[in-house]
Design a protein around this ligand. Structure first.
Ligand SMILES: [Cu+2]
Length: 156
C-alpha cells in the first residue's frame, strides 16, 4: 500500500513541523522583554509611520531581530538613521542586533520599525499590534500605543 505509506509519512512530517514550531515558541522570544512599545500618530494623508520600544535581551548570548510585521501596514521594515553628508537619513537594515544582557532602544532619530502603506489614520491612544521575528524564527507580538511624537518624520 504505497499510498497509505506516503500518507503516513506526510502526517509524521506534519507532526514534526508542529513540534518544531512549538519549540520555536520557547526560543529567543521568551528571552526578550519588550517595554514601552509605541507608534507615532499620523494624519490620514500620511501613509508611513514608525514604531519604537525598549528591547531587553535577558539571554547570555547575542540575538537578532530579523523582521517585523503589523496588520495596520502593507510593508514593515527594520530601519536605522545615519548621517549622510550632514543629512540624517533612514536606511533599511537586515537585522537589529541584541547584545547579551542589554537593552536596545528603538527611538526617534535612531533604530525603528518602519511601517509603509498604512491602512488607516492612527489616533493617539489607539492600540497597534506589532510582531517581531527573531533569528531562530520565534516571534513576539506586542501592543503598541499610538502616541504623538515631537519632531518631523525623516524622509527616504
Ligand atoms: Cu524609517
Amino acid at each position: 500500500m504505497r499510498f497509505s505509506g506516503t500518507r503516513t509519512l506526510l502526517l509524521s512530517l506534519c507532526a514534526v513541523l508542529v513540534a518544531a514550531t512549538a519549540a520555536f515558541a520557547d526560543g529567543v522570544a521568551d528571552k526578550v522583554t519588550i517595554n514601552d512599545p509605541y507608534v507615532r500618530a499620523v494624519p490620514p494623508v500620511v501613509k508611513t509611520t514608525a514604531a519604537f520600544m525598549q528591547i531587553q535581551n535577558t539571554d547570555a548570548v547575542e540575538r537578532f531581530i530579523v523582521g517585523a510585521s503589523s496588520p495596520i501596514a502593507s510593508d514593515v521594515e527594520l530601519h536605522m538613521h545615519e548621517h549622510d553628508g550632514g543629512v540624517m537619513r533612514m536606511r533599511r537594515i537586515p537585522h537589529i542586533h541584541l547584545p547579551p544582557d542589554r537593552t536596545v532602544a528603538l527611538e526617534p532619530g535612531g533604530l525603528h520599525v518602519m511601517m509603509f502603506g498604512l491602512r488607516s489614520a492612527l489616533h493617539p491612544g489607539e492600540e497597534v499590534p506589532v510582531t517581531l521575528t527573531f533569528d531562530d524564527g520565534s516571534t513576539k507580538t506586542v501592543t503598541a500605543i499610538v502616541r504623538s511624537v515631537e519632531g518631523m518624520m525623516m524622509h527616504h
